[in-house]
Write a protein that binds this ligand. Structure first.
Ligand code: PXP
Length: 251
């Protein structure tokens, strides 16, 4: 059971703002350096097929200029696999990707796509890259991730966060129960458990109290808060609420 909890800061949306104007500013690599200095344990970036935020050169610069682990979010495509094998990030998180979605809307279908995903998991693992699968807290998907020999699963928290934000209390409660059960199931079969998507200070604090969660990956909320309080402060506050949540776990 991990006694501490890591924060991976996703800097995609610094690149979204940059790309709204074209050009080079604001620089997502500068944001990554600031986040690392403020207490991020790692940096996460998603190179989407359509390059709508992170660009290839950002990945190269993140790898070269950041001294914290890089978590490369990628679709299971040959193009992304080649980039991952060249960049050799610390970790790769396989995510589903559809061009028309605004963000990663659902988890991977690890159960239905076993044969398509298996070579990606094994090639990344063979290259020494820690592989995680971004999946919903669904018993079938968690079992399938283990069968694929992925050492890590990242549980999709988006439906829980959306239900809370929209005041759908029953749905939020049901989602929370599914997350708690999924985290336990994944831990019991020996997987390292991460979580992410849509987390804010309140939801991060609550989920950090689950002692089996080793890492949270958080982006959109932190970059949004940075508009008001600065990125350094938003990362520090996030670390503080996660530690406070984790302290609840040991009581
Ligand atoms: N984890 C994964 C696998 C994701 O795809 C994303 C979104 O890019 C996140 C975490 C972070 O989500 P958010 O930006 O909503 O914090």
């Amino acid at each position: 059971m991990p006694s501490s909890i890591r924060l991976g800061v996703n800097i995609d949306h610094v690149a979204t703002i940059r790309n709204a104007r074209g050009g080079h500013l604001p620089d997502p690599v500068r944001a990554a350096k600031l986040a690392a200095a403020a207490g991020a344990d790692g940096i996460t970036a998603h190179l989407r097929e359509d390059r709508r935020h992170i660009r290839d050169n950002d990945i190269e610069r993140l790898k070269a200029e950041i001294d914290k682990p890089l978590n490369f979010e990628m679709a299971a495509t040959d193009e992304m696999l080649a980039i991952a094998l060249r960049a050799k990030p610390h970790a790769a998180c396989l995510v589903p990707e559809r061009r028309e979605e605004r963000t990663t809307e659902g988890g991977l279908d690890a159960a239905g796509q076993h044969n398509q995903l298996a070579p990606f998991v094994s090639k990344l693992r063979d290259a020494g890259i820690r592989v995680s699968l971004f999946i919903g807290a669904d018993p079938r998907q968690i079992d399938s991730a283990a069968r694929l020999k992925a050492p890590v699963v990242e549980i999709h928290t988006g439906a829980w966060c959306d239900a809370l934000a929209e005041g759908r209390e029953k749905a939020a409660d049901d989602e929370w129960k599914r997350i708690v059960a999924g985290v336990e199931q994944a831990r019991d079969i020996g997987l390292e458990v991460h979580a992410g998507h849509g987390l804010d200070y309140a939801t991060a604090e609550k989920i950090a109290a689950l002692p089996s969660i080793a890492e949270l990956n958080i982006g959109h909320f932190l970059i949004g808060e940075a508009v008001f309080e600065g990125l350094s402060q938003s990362v520090k506050t996030m670390r503080m609420v996660m530690e406070r949540g984790r302290a609840q776990a040991s009581r």
